[in-house]
Design a protein around this ligand. Sequence first.
Ligand code: UDP
Length: 372
Amino acid sequence: MILDIIAGARPNFIKIAAVIHAINERNKKGYIIKYRLIHTGQHYDKNMSENFFTQLNIPKPQINLNAGGGTQAEQTGAIMLGYEKLLSTTFVPNICIVVGDVTSTMACAIVAKKALCKVAHIEAGIRSNDLSMPEEINRLVTDSITDYFFTTTLTASNNLNVQGVAAKNIFFVGNTMIDTLMNFRNKLSKPKFWNELKLEKKKFLLLTIHRPNNVDDKMRIKQYLQVILDNSKDYKIVFPVHPRTKQIIHTLNIESNRLFFVEPQGYLQFNYLAQHAFAVITDSGGVTEETTYMGVPCLTLRDNTERPETITIGTNELIGTTPESLMPYLQKLFDGQWKKGAIPEKWDGKAGERIVSKLLEINKNEKYFSCL
Ligand code: UDP
C-alpha cells in the first residue's frame, strides 16, 4: 500500500504525527506500508513548521510543494498545481490522506480525486455551519469528494450521515491530535522565558488569537486584552502571537507589566504552558481539544464551534466575539466556578492505529494502484 500524506499547516503536523507513528509501528511488525510525506509549504516559518517535525519526531517531508503565501485563491491554486505536477510526473498512490480543514486539505483532495486516487479525510464531518470561516468551506468541499471518512466524534459521524454519506465509509476512530498529546505529554517542557517572566503554575493565563474575524479588527483585540487585564487579578498573561496577528499587535499601544507577547511556541512548550495555565483563552480549534483532554478551563472567543464536545463534555465555553461577553466568564473562572469536564469517547491515544488498521483492511479488497 502506498499513501500520500498531506500536511501544510501547524495543526496538520500535529495530527499526522500520530498516523506516521502508527505506520512505523506496523512496519516494525512486518507490514509494508509506504508513504510519501508531502509538505505543501502553506506554513513555512520555522516556528510554524520545521520545529514541529523535530519536536514530534516526524521524518522530513520527501516533497515540499513550496506553495506558501498569497491570497486564499493564490494558495489553493499553487498547491493544486504543485500536487498535480507531482502526481503526473511520479505516480498516483493508493490513497491520499488529508487532515483537518486548511487550504492544503481541500486543494490536495481535489487534485487526488481528479487523478482517480481515493481520498481519506482525517477529522472529517466536523461542522461549524459558519460559511464565513474559510475552514468550513474547506471542510465541506473536502468531505464532498472524500472516500473514507475518519471522525473524531459521533457528532461528526452523524453530520456525515445526515449529508448522505454511506455509513460503511464513516469510521469513528478518535482524535489524532490527542494521540500526539498523549504520546508527548511526559516530554512537555518549559519555554525558555519561564524563569525570566517568573511564571508560576496555575498563576497565569495563556492566550492565542489568530482567526481572521478576530484579528482583522484591531480594536477588538485591544478591547479583549483590556477586559482580560481588568478581570484577571494579578495573574500574568502569556500571548504567543501567530504570524497573522503579529502585524497588528505592535500597533495596539497596549502595555502592562503582566502582559507578555511571545513568539509562536514549539509544540512541547505550548502544551507545557497550556497544561500549567490557570485557563486558556483562545480562538483556536485544536487548543479547545487539548485543554479538554488536560482538564484546563478554556474560554473560546468565537460565536460557534465545530467541536461541540469540548463544551458539552469538556472544559470549554463559547464566549462569543464581543469583548464585554468575556467579563462574566472571567468572573466565574476566578470565583472557582468553572466546570471540571471529562474526556470524549475514544480520545484515548489509539486513533492513529485505528486509522492505519482500517486503511489496511480497505486496501486488501481494492486494487487501484496506477502509474501515470
Ligand atoms: N500550538 C503550538 N504553538 C503555539 C500555538 C499553538 O504548538 O504557539 C499548537 C496547539 O497545541 C495545537 C495547534 O497548534 O495543537 C493548534 O493550531 P492552530 O491554533 O494554529 O489551528 P486550529 O486548531 O485553530 O486550526
